[in-house]
Each structure stands twice: as structure tokens, then as C-alpha cells.
Design a protein around this ligand. Structure first.
Ligand code: HEC
Ligand code: HEC
Length: 470
């Protein structure tokens, strides 16, 4: 057998190529879903019957809604008149119920489900992320964005026009129904931004971190030598720190659940009692709100039930919040990808170059009356729950509460290893791109991102392996 010898020059250039491109995102970590189970004490049924509540809540989170609640396999009731999808799990599915956007976008099928007659907007594709759309500004009389009139509300993709169970006034071909928002005009004038679903694993722990714990962590970050500032978003009504959503715009899981039920699925409920018009239908001079043609009265569609079992008494909204609250945080891998040594190196580099100034590795929760696992627990969330200026490259021109256009909550990184899409608008599936996007004019993360750039190829690979182990 002859030994083949690679010429030295070729060998060196191969080595160079490998070096230059060595650091690659290992991709979605395979194996079993490291998330989706109940917290340990909930699984152990402590306190007694809590597991029944979790299981019932999960069934509700998974249920598909129709307008009438009588379509086979779609037992939920109250869909529309406008919607983005038809169940919570449709958007919160990867890698398990409660997670983030799945590999196949359900919003393509949602457009025409049960006879609906919607056009799929160009930014929705079957292999792209689940998206909700917002128009940063209202349009002026000539059809251009009016930068003096901020909008920023969600423009639901679809209407129930044409559905087998929609009101007759809504289904007639002559079109007394309600139109979809003007997505083409918004795209042509650059007046549209997107948000993808955030995962809800471990969110009960996040909800249960006391404001004082967050403030101590904030104080500890001061005088960092990488130029990171930061502040908190606050709930306008009680003044406490809010924490859920891409801009930490929402105070609690129950408020988020009520809002999502109304905004994403069109189901009015005890927290958001009216059917939701588009921002332009409610907030523009001379307009008269949601057109009547497709409305289904009476409201609220979801509410406390007065005459059934203990679990059955609860509204869907309360149970959605209970399900998310009782979801265990994701379980990281200690060896995959890249092996234990590389992951451990990556973790120390992540700290050393300053990523962890914003992505705080862990915070401790307060005692909880719900169930033992929620109390005095270490939440390995990799977030400070603060909002940071992220620069022109990530700015979406939408203000929510105290968060301005370029301010975003430090994205919690637990569960990152099994996520498919990254950043608030889902612009990339590649971790490297997500890291590079931290660097743009005005970003608090510029110095840290530059530190990352200065790492050797194998050090960068360690950081990526560490992130995909989460
Ligand atoms: C059409 C897709 C879609 C559907 C359906 C949907 N969501 Fe979401 N969800 C999102 C998006 C997008 C976000 C991020 C919103 C933002 O912050 O701008 C989100 C964020 C959340 C969050 C915040 C988690 C965190 O820590 O940031 C919670 C809680 C949540 N959704 C609960 C629900 C519940 C409960 C339902 C069902 C009633 C639901 N969602 C249905 C798309 C969806
Ligand atoms: C100034 C605070 C800050 C620093 C420093 C920082 N990040 Fe982030 N990170 C954020 C914010 C805020 C987001 C969400 C940005 C968005 O989606 O627009 C984010 C998002 C991410 C995401 C995408 C997560 C998701 O849910 O899509 C990854 C991955 C990430 N950061 C890794 C890193 C790494 C690695 C470093 C160090 C090189 C780092 N970050 C440094 C604040 C920071």
C-alpha cells in the first residue's frame, strides 16, 4: 500500500482554510428535547393535585381554536375576527410544547384553514420563523409612514373571512368582511418589523425573581470595563420591574397570556375584554373601531366558568399562565456539542470577554407559595432582565413601556442549544450571525463583541459549543 503524501503547500493552505472557517455554529443540538417537562415538585404532585392542573393547562395550551368551537379537532372557541395562528403551541413548539418557533411555520396553513381566504404575506414562508408583524408608524394620507405618529401595535396576519364557522356577514364572497392589513404597502415603504416567539421554559422562575435581586445584580454590573449600561423596563401601573417579551414589556405570565390570547388568536378574555381592532382602526382620527361584519358577540369569549369541576372553573387565560409557570427550565448538556472541555472553556471565555455582564449566568428566586421548585431556586437564565441599547442594526423603531426603539431585554440564553431562529425578528438561524449583530452604532455590546472578534478560531468554537450546550 503506498502512502499518499499531501504536498506541504497544499497542507498549509488547507490548514489555513480550516483555521479561518473553523468556528461554525454546531446547529440545533440533537437528542431528546431538553425541555417541556414540569418542574420537579409539580411532577411530584406537591402540593397535591397540582399535577392535574399542569396537565389540564398543557391540554389547553395545545388546543386549536375555531370561531365556533364546533369544528372537529378544533375544540377551542373564539378564534378571530383577526388572528396570527390558532393555538398557543402553534408558535411555542420547539423543541417541546411551550418553546419557540418550530421548523415548519404553521402560519402558511393558518391562512386558508377551514375555508379562510387569506393571502400569505411574503415574509411568511414554510421554512422561516413564525412571525408577528408591527408597523412602527401610522401612514399619512399619501401612504407614507408618518414618523410623527408612532404606531408599533401588532397587525394580525389573517381574518376569519370565508371560514366555515364565521358569521354569514363575514363569509359572503361580495366581501362585507374585513380586509387583511396592507402588508405590501408597508413592505414597500419600509414600515414593518417582525417579532418571533420567545420560549417559556423556566418562565415561572423568571416571574419569581424579586425586584431587589435584579437591582443588586444591576449594581454589581456598574463600573464594568466594557461599556455596558442598562436599565429596567417598568410596569406603568404599579411601577415594578417588568420582564417578559423581547423588550421586557410585560409584567406577568397571566397578563402575557391574556394579551396573547387576544392579540395572537383573537380570543377576548377577562384581562382583555374586547375583540381587538387593528391599531389603525382604533387610534386614527375618524375611524370607528373593529368593523362589525366579522364580530362574534357576546364577550368575553374566555372567562371563569361558574358551574363545573375545580379545574374546569378556571379560565383558559389563568391555566395558560399556570402551564408556563410550572414548566421546568431547559436542561443543558455537559458534553454535546464539542465535548466537556470545549464547553467548559467556552463558558469561561463567555465570562472573560464580557458576554456575562448582560447575560447574567444565574439569579435566585424568592420563596414561592405555588410549589417548592419555584422558590429559593437558582435560575440559570443567562439574562439580567435589563433592557440595553443594541444599536442601529437591531433597532426596530417600536417603543414599549420604557423601552425605546433600540432597547431589548438581554435575551435569556437557556435552551439556546435547541432553538432554530435567533434575534427578535428571527433574521438568522446562525449563532455566529446573532453574535456579530450585537455590534452596530450605539450598541452597548460593541466592546464585548470586539473582544469576541479577537478570540482565536478555536476559542470562538468553544464559545459556540458552550452556547449550543445550553
Ligand atoms: C402567532 C404566534 C403566537 C401565538 C399563537 C402565541 N404566541 Fe406567545 N409569543 C409570540 C411572539 C411573537 C412573542 C414575542 C412577543 C414580543 O415580545 O414582541 C411571544 C411571547 C410570549 C411570551 C413571553 C415569554 C418571554 O419570556 O418572553 C409568553 C408568556 C407567551 N408568548 C405566551 C403565549 C400564550 C399563553 C399563547 C396562547 C394564548 C401564545 N403565547 C400564543 C407568538 C405567539
Ligand atoms: C449589552 C448587553 C449584551 C452583551 C454584552 C451581550 N449580549 Fe447577547 N443579547 C443581548 C440582547 C439585548 C439580545 C437580544 C437582541 C435582539 O434580539 O434584538 C441578545 C441576544 C443574544 C443572542 C440571541 C438569543 C436569541 O434569543 O435569539 C445570542 C446567541 C447572544 N446574545 C449571545 C451573546 C454573546 C456570545 C455575547 C458575548 C460575545 C453577548 N451575547 C453579549 C444583550 C447582550
Amino acid at each position: 500500500m503506498t502512502r499518499r503524501v499531501i504536498p506541504l503547500a497544499l497542507f498549509l493552505s488547507l490548514l489555513f482554510v480550516l483555521q479561518a472557517f473553523a468556528q461554525v455554529d454546531p446547529g440545533v443540538r440533537g437528542g431528546a428535547a431538553g425541555a417541556g417537562a414540569a418542574l420537579a415538585s409539580v411532577a411530584a404532585n406537591n402540593p397535591v393535585t397540582i399535577l392535574n392542573f399542569f396537565n389540564d393547562a398543557k391540554a389547553r395550551f395545545t388546543e386549536i381554536d375555531s370561531v365556533s368551537g364546533t369544528v372537529a379537532g378544533e375544540d377551542g372557541f373564539g378564534l378571530g375576527p383577526r388572528y396570527n395562528s390558532r393555538s398557543c403551541v402553534a408558535c411555542h413548539a420547539q423543541p417541546a410544547v411551550g418553546g419557540s418557533a418550530p421548523a415548519v411555520n404553521p402560519q402558511v396553513a393558518d391562512a386558508t384553514a377551514d375555508g379562510a381566504r387569506n393571502t400569505v404575506p411574503s415574509f411568511i414562508t414554510s421554512t422561516g420563523p413564525v412571525r408577528e408583524a408591527r408597523f412602527p408608524f401610522f401612514f399619512d394620507q399619501f401612504g407614507f409612514p408618518d414618523t410623527n405618529r408612532p404606531n408599533g401595535g401588532v397587525e394580525d396576519l389573517y381574518t376569519i373571512v370565508g371560514r366555515v364557522d364565521a358569521p354569514a356577514s363575514c363569509t359572503s364572497a361580495s366581501g362585507t368582511g374585513i380586509p387583511q392589513p396592507g402588508f405590501t404597502a408597508a413592505i414597500n415603504t419600509g414600515n414593518i418589523i417582525f417579532r418571533i416567539p420567545t420560549p417559556t421554559f423556566g418562565s415561572g422562575l423568571m416571574e419569581n425573581i424579586d425586584d431587589s435581586t435584579l437591582l443588586v445584580n444591576f449594581n454589581n454590573q456598574q463600573n464594568n470595563n466594557v461599556g455596558v449600561g442598562g436599565t429596567f423596563n417598568h410596569n406603568g401601573n404599579d411601577g415594578t420591574i417588568s420582564r417578559f417579551g423581547w423588550k421586557a414589556q410585560n409584567k406577568s405570565l397571566e397578563i402575557f397570556a391574556g394579551e396573547a390570547y387576544n392579540v395572537e388568536m383573537g380570543v377576548s378574555n377577562e384581562l382583555f375584554t374586547q375583540e381587538r381592532p387593528l391599531p389603525g382602526e382604533d387610534q386614527n382620527l375618524g375611524n370607528t373601531g373593529l368593523p362589525a361584519a366579522c364580530r362574534v358577540n357576546p364577550t368575553p369569549e374566555d372567562h371563569t366558568n361558574f358551574n363545573t369541576t375545580a379545574i374546569g372553573t378556571l379560565s383558559d387565560t389563568v391555566q395558560f399562565a399556570m402551564f408556563m409557570r410550572f414548566l421546568a427550565p431547559p436542561t443543558p448538556s455537559t458534553t454535546v456539542p464539542g465535548g466537556a472541555t470545549s464547553i467548559a472553556n467556552g463558558r469561561s471565555l463567555f465570562n472573560a470577554i464580557g458576554c456575562a455582564v448582560c447575560h447574567t449566568a444565574s439569579l435566585t428566586t424568592s420563596p414561592s407559595r405555588f410549589t417548592p421548585s419555584l422558590g429559593n431556586a437558582t435560575a440559570n437564565l443567562f439574562s439580567d432582565i435589563e433592557i440595553h441599547h443594541m444599536g442601529t442594526g437591531l433597532n426596530d423603531n417600536v417603543s414599549q413601556g420604557g423601552a425605546g426603539g433600540d432597547q431589548f431585554r438581554t435575551a435569556p440564553l437557556w435552551g439556546l442549544g435547541q432553538r432554530i431562529f435567533f434575534l427578535h425578528d428571527g433574521r438568522t438561524k446562525n449563532l455566529v450571525t446573532a453574535i456579530l449583530a450585537h455590534d452596530s452604532s450605539g450598541s452597548e455590546a460593541n466592546a464585548v463583541e470586539n473582544n469576541y472578534d479577537l478570540l482565536s478560531a478555536s476559542q470562538k468554537q468553544d464559545v459556540l459549543n458552550f452556547l449550543r450546550s445550553l
